[in-house]
Write a protein that binds this ligand. Structure first.
Ligand code: PEP
Length: 253
């Protein structure tokens, strides 16, 4: 069975103290969660990672993720954080290809492919984001555009490497806008991406890849989204900043 995953992307929010408080609340409420089949990934800003790791401690089912990593191994790259450094203190996941990084930091397919390589070389699980603009959807090209994002940044991987990747479909028009894709729209895309993966890597591998939905997911719509056969969880932005909402989403399977 595919892994169910709910990842929280805190983006550039919360002071260190607020981040620690949020983590403590999540851990406190998570202790009462009965269905622990869902893997939870907390992706705070870089300076929060180590304190959050210490709070998570040995808690089973909760993982630590970064929101980005360098495409370089190490060296004179001021301001960058490498996958190697992240892995050295227990970070296990990294969000790559988020539309905000693609748009505001001009991260393109080739750079993202290199970042994916770095993450995998250091045993970090890439949570690889993909998604189309509103214009692309309105033109009816959404599936081909998102398939092309996967091809360009992931399809150089060996089957063994690819099997370690998590995909997050995040339509740009749904991120932070309050406009969620319908469960049917998410299912259509997830199914198309799985078929695309199957065409290159085979059905068995494609069936094992977790594909998360992201874009204004919240406690009110998570159940319907997660009920779809190809939706294996969520990448949650705004709603991951409130412990109660985040836990409700975790419990929506
Ligand atoms: C995100 O940025 O990954 C995201 C899904 O944000 P939101 O849930 O706030 O739309």
């Amino acid at each position: 069975m595919r892994k169910k995953i709910v990842a929280g992307n805190w983006k550039m929010n919360l002071s260190l103290e607020e981040g620690q408080r949020l983590t403590s609340e999540i851990l406190h409420q998570y202790a009462n969660v009965i269905n622990k089949q869902v893997s939870v990934v907390l992706n705070p800003p870089f300076p929060h990672l180590y304190p959050v790791k210490n709070l998570i401690g040995e808690t089973q089912g909760i993982f630590l993720g970064a929101q980005n990593c360098s495409d370089k191994e190490s060296g004179a790259f001021t301001g960058e954080v490498s996958a190697k450094i992240l892995a050295s203190f227990g970070v296990s996941h990294v969000i790559l290809g988020h539309s905000e990084r693609r748009e505001y930091f001009k991260e393109g397919d080739a750079l993202l492919a290199t970042k994916v390589n770095q993450a995998l070389a250091h045993d970090l699980t890439p949570i690889f984001c993909c998604g189309e603009s509103l214009q692309t959807r309105e033109e009816g090209n959404h599936i081909s555009v998102v398939r092309a994002q996967l091809t360009a940044s992931l399809f150089h991987l060996s089957a063994e490497e690819f099997s370690k990747v998590v995909i997050a479909y995040e339509p740009i028009w749904a991120i932070g806008t309050g406009k969620t894709a319908t469960a049917d729209q998410a299912q259509e895309m997830h199914q198309a991406l799985r078929a695309h993966i199957a065409a290159t890597y085979g059905k068995e591998l494609a069936e094992s890849i977790s594909i998360l939905y992201g874009g204004s997911a919240n406690p009110g719509n998570a159940k319907e989204l997660f009920a779809k056969p190809d939706v294996d969880g969520g990448l949650i932005g705004g709603a991951s900043l409130k412990a109660g909402d985040f836990l409700e989403i975790i419990c929506s399977f």
